[in-house]
Design a protein around this ligand. Structure first.
Ligand SMILES: Cc1cc2nc3c(=O)[nH]c(=O)nc-3n(C[C@H](O)[C@H](O)[C@H](O)COP(=O)(O)O)c2cc1C
Length: 226
């Protein structure tokens, strides 16, 4: 399974960058690729024009393979996939939706896709609907976790891996039950990373959300110091 996955993503290490919807950074994607992992372009609700600009941005910085995340609730998904295929992207991840309708197109374009999900039943359905691999997110992870993961990473991953015959990639941390991080925690740590690396300068939205995320903690600190 590991060699199938590495063949699919075409990089040295079996590590896939977790796309963060609003963090559309060609610089980060290229840096991940250059480090030997699979850099992902986060596309969120991008349109065709923005997709072209982001893809060109990555290509200027690396000639290594990279992928992109397609949010299936974005109506521009089919158009975006065609642009990615023309640009030579071979593997995408798909999330927030049912894979059934889009996988025939992904395959017609000569691409492979890994579907992101949070429950065993969804995993089995995605496998039967043509997904080439799965990214399974346990309840400890941020982002999609808000939609309610079925179980913790260490329970859900082996359960899914037991039931499907395609590669399964683990997403999300591993922690004691019920102590998953919240989106607020995730944004706060992301913001800190972005600030340290200088990415925040080119992502004012991220700076604003980190600020919002840290606000309740500031209030708490203020209460404690009274
Ligand atoms: C703020 C935020 C936004 C995210 N946006 C996306 C997204 O657009 N598409 C997606 O497939 N996953 C998204 N994710 C999920 C992450 O890519 C990743 O799979 C998940 O956070 C688990 O990894 P982690 O434990 O390293 O956070 C998001 C996560 C966070 C915290």
């Amino acid at each position: 399974m590991m060699s199938t996955l590495l063949e699919m993503i075409g990089c040295r290490y079996p590590i896939i960058q977790g796309p963060i919807a609003e963090m559309k950074s060609p610089r980060l994607t290229a840096a991940v690729c250059e480090a030997g992992a699979f850099g992902m372009l986060s596309l969120g609700f991008s349109n065709a024009e923005e997709t072209r600009r982001l893809v060109d941005g990555v290509r200027e910085l690396t000639d290594k393979p990279f992928g992109a995340n397609i949010m299936l609730i974005n109506p521009a998904s089919p158009e975006i996939l065609k642009i990615l295929a023309e640009a030579g992207v071979k593997t995408v991840t798909t999330s927030t939706g049912s894979p059934g309708k889009i996988y025939p197109l992904i395959h017609d374009l000569g691409m492979k896709g890994l579907h992101v999900l949070l429950a065993l039943s969804h995993a089995m359905r995605a496998a039967s609907e043509g997904a080439d691999g799965l990214i399974v997110s346990g309840s400890e992870s941020g982002g999609l976790r808000s939609m309610g993961s079925e179980s913790s990473t260490m329970v859900l991953i082996p359960l899914v891996a037991d039931q499907v015959k395609i590669p399964v990639v683990a997403a999300g941390g591993a922690g004691p039950g019920g102590s998953g991080c919240t989106d607020r925690d995730a944004f706060y740590s992301l913001g800190r990373i972005a600030r340290t690396t200088g990415l925040e300068r080119s992502h004012p939205g991220l700076r604003r959300r980190r600020h919002d995320a840290s606000a309740p903690e500031k209030h708490e600190d203020a209460r404690h110091s009274q």
